[in-house]
Write a new protein. Structure first.
Length: 270
């Protein structure tokens, strides 16, 4: 599933193609992509609307329209927003076709059909319960310490909890825990304030570096022009099972926590 660096990369690149443009035609080729109303109703409400801004909250893209509504897009596991500058026939897994007034087309491609579109007046209907943005100036280490205090769940599962911090997923949770030297099975409440501070800095470091590399591509993540990210070449633990740790040489191990594959160095992370 695309995480914060991938979704933010898509936002930045998509903005140059769609900002100020108007939806000329909207086709839901798979009606299940529309959430909260019928696909016909959502399509009808979008046609003629001008795109005023595109933002991000957690793993959601938020497109502000000229009638004060918001179109929220969650890519889920396999969603892609593909941009074409000329009419292009939809491919097999294209679920939504968005045609803009300058001839640009945005195709929502989603092999697994888990991605969703929401059209709301108040974006907080969808994202209001999300935790803080990890790169925001308003998220401070003291907030993180408070959020983990007394928590018995593993720190890995807490990092995946979007109410604790928004935008993190399996990749960057594993990488941040490695840089902080913290075992993923540790209960969140067992971390000292010094360890939480180290993890806080590790999260911010990993996300910033991943953003510079336009995210990580393993299978279906693609940018709007179908380009890949490159941060996967710099992963220290994620999907490196059995390979030597880049710091100590110990083979990277893989376990499951809360049903998710988790990668770590048994020597560097305690």
């Amino acid at each position: 599933m695309p995480e914060m660096p991938e979704v933010e990369t898509i936002r930045r690149e998509l903005r140059s193609y769609i900002l100020g443009r108007t939806f000329q035609e909207v086709m839901f080729l798979w009606p299940g992509t529309a959430s909260g109303m019928s696909s016909q109703d959502m399509a009808a409400r979008l046609v003629g609307r001008r795109i005023m801004e595109i933002c991000r909250r957690g793993k959601y893209l938020i497109i502000s329209l000229d009638d004060a509504h918001r179109l929220l897009i969650h890519l889920r596991m396999t969603g892609q927003l593909r941009v074409y500058t000329a009419p292009t026939p939809p491919e097999k897994h294209t679920r939504v076709l968005l045609k803009l007034d300058d001839g640009t087309e945005v195709h929502f491609w989603d092999q697994r059909k888990f991605g969703r579109f929401y059209l709301v007046r108040d974006e907080n209907e969808i994202v209001g319960t999300l935790g803080p943005e990890p790169l925001s100036h308003t998220w401070q280490v003291d907030d993180f310490i408070q959020a983990l205090r007394g928590r018995r769940a593993s720190i890995k599962s807490l990092l995946l909890n979007q109410h604790v911090v928004a935008g993190l997923g399996n990749i960057y949770a594993d990488e941040a825990l490695f840089f902080a030297g913290i075992h993923p099975r540790r209960p969140g409440g067992s971390l000292t304030e010094e360890e939480v501070a180290a993890l806080y800095e590790a999260i911010r470091y990993v996300l910033r570096e991943a953003l510079k590399a336009q995210g990580s591509t393993f299978s279906t993540y693609r940018r709007p022009q179908q380009e890949t990210g490159s941060y996967q070449s710099r992963h220290h633990v994620f999907r490196r099972t059995g390979k030597p740790c880049m710091v100590c040489g110990t083979p990277i191990e893989r376990i499951k926590i809360a049903g998710r594959s988790t990668h770590f160095c048994p020597r560097c992370q305690v």
